[in-house]
Design a protein around this ligand. Structure first.
Ligand code: ATP
Ligand code: MG
Length: 349
């Protein structure tokens, strides 16, 4: 097997700390599963500005384009807020250059932290779903766009092809999960949603092993918090996905637990925690590395088909949390390295 090429962009703040932990854990687990890979790290975001004068240098971008997968820590911080070039510009450039059109956010509530959810335990128990959001189309980018004194206009365009590729992604993911796709739209009102529904029905024909259902976005917004365990894969357009994925992200109870993936048509995917660089706790060795570890397990599944290894790692981390080794955001006292060390010891057996 040829070695997989992973490019890491640790970035700023806690990004670098949780990246270190996640990579050390990956190194240990990969021995057990004979997973061959190489890692090369590049400055990005604020670190890019400091070292290379650019948040995303030519060299870093080229490395990303040639990678099999990209791991990103987090970027930004007060240091660069007033700067002419900002870390966030680098992220926008990178997303665009890689053509990332599908954003995936898994929501899983491990048993050890069920009590941290703002929802009742009996509601949240067993929740394990993903929100697949279309990222490059719809009302965020549509033209014409007008803002006048007493009149404004936004436009929400979607082509059949844009819908087809994101819906396909959702069905592919469902195949490796609980085999249920919930497509969310507003087809009782919107033309784009009517097309969305039609295309989704067409795509579903190629996946007879996966169940498809449609939900209106208003009712989905309710059901996500009243019955989160009902869902498997939710797929939706850009604006609805923005709102629903943020709604869903509170279910787990800590930002420090949440990874994400962004996919393109054929190029490398990008995996990153959904939280920022958390300047308030940076450099203190207290960040929760789970968001980064789960970004790694997403990468193992979605870029490298290493489902067994991903499942194993998640199980080990759950066991460590159940044993009470929890970082501050989860109400514990463990440091980032305490958690990392406990996971590595468990892998070593
Ligand atoms: P950004 O604008 O970059 O998204 P933000 O102000 O939204 O930044 P985040 O960095 O996303 O802030 O984090 C919000 C707060 O959540 C942080 O201040 C931090 O205390 C906490 N937090 C985020 N990630 C983690 C983590 N991995 N472990 C522990 N706490 C975290
Ligand atoms: Mg934020």
């Amino acid at each position: 097997m040829t070695k997989k090429k992973i490019v890491t962009l640790p970035g700023d703040g806690i990004g670098t700390e949780i990246m270190d932990s996640a990579l050390n854990i990956l190194a240990e687990a990969s021995k057990k599963f004979n997973f061959a890979y190489e890692v090369e790290s590049f400055p990005f975001g604020g670190a890019g500005i400091d070292l290379e004068g650019e948040p995303l240098s030519e060299k870093t971008l080229t490395a990303c384009q040639q990678a099999d997968a990209i791991l990103l820590g987090a970027i930004g911080g007060p240091k660069w807020e007033q700067a002419e070039k900002t870390p966030e510009q680098g992220l926008l450039q990178l997303r665009k250059a890689l053509g990332l059109f599908a954003n995936v956010r898994p929501i899983r509530v491990p048993e050890a932290i069920v009590h941290l959810s703002p929802l009742k335990e009996e509601i949240v128990k067993g929740s394990d779903f993903v929100v697949v959001r279309e990222l490059t189309g719809g009302i965020y980018f549509g033209t014409p766009r007008k803002l006048e004194d007493d009149f404004a206009l936004d436009t929400c365009p979607y082509s059949g092809e844009e819908i087809r590729r994101i819906v396909k992604k959702a069905f592919e993911m469902a195949r490796n999960r609980k085999k249920k796709v919930t497509s969310v739209d507003k087809s009782n009102v919107l033309a784009t949603s009517k097309l969305w529904r039609k295309i989704t029905e067409e795509v579903a024909k190629d996946y007879p092993d996966v169940t498809l259902e449609h939900q209106l976005v208003d009712s989905a917004a309710m059901k996500i918090i009243t019955q989160p365990a009902y869902y498997d894969v939710i797929v939706t357009e850009n604006l609805f996905g923005d709102i629903l994925s943020d709604e869903a992200s509170v279910i787990t109870g800590s930002l420090g637990m949440l990874p994400s993936a962004s996919h393109s048509e054929n190029g490398p995917s990008l995996y990153e925690p959904i939280h920022g660089s958390a300047p308030d706790i940076a450099g203190k060795n207290i960040a929760n590395p789970m968001s980064m570890i789960l970004s790694v397990t997403m990468m193992l599944r979605e870029s490298f088909d290493q489902h067994e290894m991903a499942e194993y790692l998640e199980k080990i981390c759950d066991e460590v949390m159940i044993a009470g080794i929890l970082t501050g955001d989860l109400g514990g006292k463990a440091t980032t390295s305490d958690f990392e060390e406990a996971v590595i010891q468990k892998i070593k057996g």
